[in-house]
Design a protein around this ligand. Structure first.
Ligand code: HDE
Length: 728
């Protein structure tokens, strides 16, 4: 692992406490933060690069570039007198501030982005002529991860689908892959999108609950509109509460069409496979994090990139012959409520994406980025999936409101890294100074420029697909199966994953007030699996109904389960509980050993500041909570200071003989309950014994060296799976 040290870690530069008095240089902008480059009629860039930076010069100025000597006091008639209307600087500063907010996204409002690079391995170049798939081609990308239902300030760890949208700045223009972390969707036809979102958003009268599906309107819709049942069971599974954006799969969901150099076509489904594996929180952790650290996923992504643990994903494709019926093994490829099991169509890796740069400015990049399913490049095309068709309209339309006009592609983060010569003119927020007099075709006055490209010059050529049929508002018969793949998902889960699904349904339906909605959803569950239905019914105190539909028994797909493999442990967080008067040599040794293996140790001590031996406390017993860590290593568990304002362990009679600070006890107990690995050495081992913590996933030793390797091995399995079911 390379990169900067973790902020606050030993060795990092202490920040200055004073505002500098000497001007310093403004950092240069990143390449994709340049202003749009006005193009001359011949397509040659004509911008002066010195105007590229968003902020230039050394001194504070007005918006019109006049230097300012005081920005702290408004212009008044005497120090205690009224403020003067002639203070232009005051009025301009306040006016701009008043208009800083733009409408949040109508869905996916809460998110976080990062820069990176996609490197193709060339495997897809056989079936797609897209330059982005050329062997060893490197393409800059910007990715935005998001939740769907919550507003911009909502918590990261809610139970929800996650967006996974990638903008590829290819040499042939931008390609946006606007996907989710769940491979299927709630609806088959985009015309239902307002319905499902209105049902999932907070109740219109009270505007609660925020960012949750655990309420009546959501389950009212899902239980009536049973094509949503497949997506809903994914939400109820551990996929609905990812551990990190870094540990999520991504899916293009729809079937796309790749086009080769000869015009030959192949149907494909796109998958992002995280190199770190697919990992999730447990529900109690997710709930706790909603209060303790609502920015958990945003922070995790940012910190991992800052620390040099760059997250990466392989991009893979499942390929299918482009037959007239667009079916594969009985699965309708145009039905976005269906997936194709990887056992039937293996995912073939075509490249790798690495996120290696945090945004410089959240608003300019993560907020203003505008994705669109219609942003395609030659060699990548859509299909007639009615969900995709509606999206192609919606994403263009929504930006007009959100980004206030048609020129949003000129915003730096959206700008292609290729020449733009589009004949679009004027409009709100036009940034380019277009030359020429003939933004129309054909023309003679601008010498016929710009010219049409042929296929050989990289033009996007529409696939000449045959289309016919009567105009109808109908679905094909294959869309009628709403349950077989929900059952496929359920039967592909391990017992511990099934247990989590049961608990999630019992929680969500338990939050509904309307009895008929719970009963109707139980009828849907009966059509997925009798055992699932019976267990949820038990939790709700209701009778389990019988199934009402029949379908062929699906073959389970082990690839859908998250349990059973081991994964790299890069940047996994290990909390180390330290006694400042204890074995600091041992602490330094385990810290180094964990860093050397690419994990991120964080020292937790009774108080902040330097601990000795070059070690600095990064968390204190007051600021640390278990949910931040993937595993805990107890090196010492100092007793509370005599004057500490905390409750003593009453088990020990409140005497000064208490060996373990109760806050350490809480850390350990929560980690244990959430099936995380725990290690202890020396004084820490004694603390674990006192707390009664042992068994699977707990390793102890005399020294740190005895436990580090075993701890890392446990973290590589993500959880101590066998402990689930033995804890509350
Ligand atoms: Fe979206 N979706 N969506 N969606 N979606 C938006 O576009 C929409 C769907 C997805 O980080 C909006 O720019 C319709 C499926 C992501 O900026 C909006 C339908 C999938 C993001 C919109 C769908 C997605 C959005 C809101 C049904 C997974 C966040 C703001 C036909 C394959 C992108 C915006 C970001 C955002 C419409 C269904 C993924 C309103 C009409 C299926 C990741 O245009």
């Amino acid at each position: 692992m390379t990169g900067k040290p973790v902020p606050g870690a030993p060795g990092s530069e202490p920040p200055s406490l004073e505002e500098p008095t000497e001007p310093r240089e403004v950092p240069p902008p990143k390449p994709d933060q340049q202003q749009p480059t006005p193009m001359s009629p011949t397509g040659a860039p004509s911008a002066d690069p010195s105007t590229a930076a968003a902020q230039q010069g050394t001194y504070l100025t007005t918006a019109t570039g006049v230097r300012i000597g005081d920005s702290d006091h408004s212009l008044k008639a005497g120090p205690r007198g009224p403020t003067l209307l002639s203070d232009h600087h005051l009025r301009e500063k306040i006016m701009h501030f008043d208009h800083e907010r733009i409408p949040e996204r109508v869905v996916h409002a809460r998110g976080a982005g990062a820069h990176g690079v996609f490197v193709s391995n060339g495997a897809a170049s056989r079936i797609s002529r897209a330059a982005v798939f050329g062997k060893d081609e490197e393409t800059p990308v910007f990715v935005r991860f998001s939740t769907v239902l919550g507003s911009r300030g909502s918590a990261d760890t809610v139970r929800d689908t996650r967006g996974f949208a990638t903008k590829f700045y290819t040499s042939e223009g931008n390609w946006d892959l606007v996907g989710n972390n769940i491979p299927v969707f709630f609806i088959q036809d985009g015309i239902k999108f307002p319905d499902v979102i209105h049902a999932g958003k907070p109740h219109p009268d009270r505007e609660i609950p925020q960012a949750q599906s655990a309420h009546d309107t959501f389950w009212d819709f899902v239980s009536l509109h049973t094509e949503a049942q497949h997506h809903a069971i994914w939400n109820m599974s551990d996929r609905g509460i990812p551990r990190s954006y870094r540990t999520m799969e991504g899916f293009g969901v729809h079937t796309f069409r790749f086009v080769d150099a000869d015009g030959g076509t192949t149907l494909v489904k796109l998958h992002w496979k995280p190199r770190l594996g697919v990992h999730s929180l447990v529900w109690e952790e997710a709930q706790m994090l909603g209060g303790l650290d609502p920015d958990f996923h945003r922070r995790d992504l940012y910190d991992a990139i800052e620390s040099g643990a760059f997250p990466s994903w392989d991009l893979g494709i499942q390929t299918f012959p482009d037959t007239p019926d667009q079916m594969f093994e009985g699965i309708d490829l145009l039905d976005s409520t269906k997936l194709v099991p990887e056992e039937l169509a293996p995912v073939q890796v075509i490249g790798t994406m690495t996120l290696n740069g945090n945004p410089t400015n959240f608003f300019a990049e993560s907020e203003q980025v505008a994705f669109h399913t219609g942003h395609l490049v030659p060699g990548i095309d859509g299909t007639d999936d009615p969900l995709l068709m509606a999206r192609n309209f919606s994403y263009l339309d929504t930006q007009l409101t959100r980004l206030a006009g048609p020129n949003f592609n000129q915003i730096p983060i959206n700008r292609p890294h290729t020449a733009v010569n589009d004949n679009h003119r004027d409009g709100f927020h036009q940034q380019a100074v277009h030359g020429g007099v003939a933004p129309y075709k054909p023309n003679t006055l601008d010498a016929g420029c710009p010219f049409f490209a042929g296929a050989d010059e990289g033009a996007f050529v529409d696939v000449p697909v045959e289309v016919q049929g009567a105009k109808v508002r109908e679905n094909p018969a294959s869309y009628d199966d709403h349950f077989s793949q929900a059952r496929l998902f359920w039967t592909s889960m391990t017992p511990v994953e099934q247990e989590h699904i049961v608990n999630a349904y019992a929680f969500e339906l338990g939050k509904c007030y309307e009895q008929p909605i719970k009963e109707r959803q139980l009828r849907a569950l009966a059509n997925i699996d009798a055992d699932l239905c019976a267990r949820v019914a038990l939790g709700l105190g209701l009778a389990a109904p019988d199934r009402t539909v029949e379908y062929d028994e699906p073959v389970p797909s082990p690839a859908l389960s998250q349990v059973g493999e081991t994964w790299p442990t890069d940047a996994r967080m290990i909390g180390i509980v330290v006694d400042p008067d204890g074995d600091l040599d041992g602490v330094a040794e385990v810290r180094e050993a964990l860093l050397a293996q690419g994990l991120l140790p964080l020292l937790i001590a009774p108080r902040g500041g330097e601990l000795g031996n070059g070690l600095v406390a990064q968390r204190t017993f007051a600021t640390a909570r278990s949910v931040e860590y993937d595993a805990l290593l107890v090196a010492g568990a100092a007793p509370p200071a005599p004057d500490a304002i905390i409750a003593r362990d009453t088990k020990a009679g409140g005497s000064a003989t208490v060996a373990t600070d109760p806050r350490v006890g809480l850390l350990v107990e929560e980690c244990f309950r959430h099936s995380k690995a725990i290690a202890g050495f020396g004084e820490g081992r004694a603390a674990l014994e006192e707390l009664g913590i042992g068994g699977a996933g707990v390793v102890t030793g005399d020294s740190g060296g005895d436990v580090v390797d075993d701890l890392v091995t446990l973290v590589s399995a993500h959880r101590v799976w066998e402990r689930f079911g033995t804890t509350v």
